[in-house]
Design a binder for this molecule. Structure first.
Ligand code: ZN
Length: 432
């Protein structure tokens, strides 16, 4: 571990979207905070990191991560998830409350924060909207927020009851909290296990219509209008849902959404021969849905990229397709897969990084995702040109359920720094 008083990252292309900064420069870190960005002589005692040829950016912020502790440590621990994050350049992650017990009371929030203290990266808990994620009774959101929760969600489940969702949006408004919805009408989704369409028909699998997401987003936008609450759609995946969010934004409603790399990089064709590592909720959609998400990213109406990192043990995935657990890991492939958006002209590099740094930080109200002076020194250094092949067995986290196994990607994390401490370094002779 390197824990120095001063760290000088020298000569990289420093991109800080929050400050519209993009130039060759040095970043000086003193006592764990960003001291300055510019050109300097190194302080006598500083460790110097040569960033020539690398991009130096704020550490990534992933606002949608499933840490499996407490309750499902056999899938991945908080420490294990943090290791995957560090290797992926993700220095802050917001974790969803579907643990056992659920993150619906301050005791569990304290437990997670306590565990997170020893983890390599920052963890910001998201509290449950309803007790036990049962969709009936609201949690004490105010207390949970005071304890450190940065948003509220029943993710994994939708808040199905319209009255409960209305009250959640009303109640959260009192303290400006963000309500994140896993938008899925469970009645319409039924027993479906993949996107409804030609491929599902060909594979003989029951489908989930895109309407299951759209009906919920439409309803919620009406409730956001009624209440003025801040509403955020998790892992948006269909054209209709994107259109609804854009219309709401045009109207000036506090409505936002995020997209997951698998939804903008893949379609339901990736299921191939019943590959359970391509099974998640919402499912991989059609090429037209994918195109809609890409267009929305380029317009900025999808302002956040978040992974929905959902580690699973092998047994949960080595079963027939419909019975397999939903979810894929994503922390270690977030950056290179998102950089495909730059290669393909969807976003420029700074805008792409904004979706993974300052944009989610602003939504969550956390002081991360920027290289502004005085902020915690969370930084990622990556080589934008280095190509590599994703190999499930080489991931740093505990789980192997990636849907990008075998994908050739470009852009490799070289170093991750959290509060001035190097937590990952891409060197074969160094292990953390
Ligand atoms: Zn979800």
């Amino acid at each position: 571990m390197t824990e120095g008083v001063a760290l000088l990252i020298r000569g990289g292309r420093v991109i800080d979207p929050a400050n519209r900064y993009d130039a060759t420069a040095d970043v000086l870190i003193v006592d764990g905070v960003i001291h300055a960005v510019g050109r300097f002589d190194a302080p006598a005692e500083a460790r110097i990191i040569d960033a020539d040829g690398l991009v130096v950016a704020p550490g990534l912020v992933d606002m949608h991560v499933h840490l499996r502790e407490p309750g499902y440590e056999y899938k991945e621990t908080i420490a294990g998830g943090a290791q995957a994050a560090a290797a992926g350049g993700v220095t802050s992650m917001a974790c969803m409350p579907n643990t056992r017990p659920v993150l619906d009371d301050i005791g569990v929030v304290r437990f997670v924060l306590d565990r997170a203290n020893d983890a390599l990266v920052n963890v910001f808990p998201i509290g449950a909207v309803t007790k036990g994620l049962r969709g009936k009774e609201l949690t004490e959101m105010g207390l949970l927020q005071r304890e450190g929760c940065v948003a509220f969600s029943d993710d994994g489940f939708p808040v199905m009851d319209s009255g409960v969702m209305r009250r959640a949006l009303e109640y959260s408004r009192a303290f400006g909290a963000l309500v994140i919805q896993h938008a899925e009408d469970t009645g319409l989704a039924g027993c479906g296990c993949m996107n409804e369409g030609l491929i599902a028909t060909r594979l003989g699998l029951p489908g989930i219509p895109s309407e299951s997401e759209e009906v919920m987003v439409d309803r919620d936008i009406r409730l956001a209008r009624l209440t003025g609450g801040r509403y955020h759609v998790a892992h948006i995946s269909t054209r209709g849902a994107v259109n609804a969010v854009e219309a709401a934004q045009k109207e000036g409603l506090p409505v936002t959404c995020e997209a997951a790399p698998h939804h903008f990089a893949l379609t339901d064709e990736a299921i191939g021969d019943y590959d359970t590592n391509a099974k998640m909720a919402p499912p991989l959609r059609s090429s037209d849905d994918r195109a809609a998400v890409l267009e929305a990213l380029s317009r900025g109406s999808v302002s956040v990229i978040a992974t929905d990192h959902a580690p699973h043990d092998l047994d949960s995935k080595r079963v027939e397709f419909c019975k397999a657990a939903n979810g894929v890991v994503g922390l270690e492939t977030m950056l290179p897969v998102s950089l495909e958006l730059v290669r393909d002209g969807v976003l420029d590099l700074s805008a792409c990084l904004a979706t993974m740094t300052c944009n989610p930080s602003r939504l969550l109200g956390i002081d991360r995702g920027t290289l502004s002076e005085g902020r915690p020194a969370d930084v990622v250094l990556f080589d934008p040109d280095e190509s590599w092949t994703v190999r499930a067995e080489r991931l740093h986290g505990s789980a192997r359920n990636t849907c990008f196994h075998g994908r050739r990607v470009k852009g490799r994390v070289k170093m991750s720094i959290v509060a001035g401490r190097v937590v990952f370094e891409d060197r074969p002779d160094v292990s953390f």
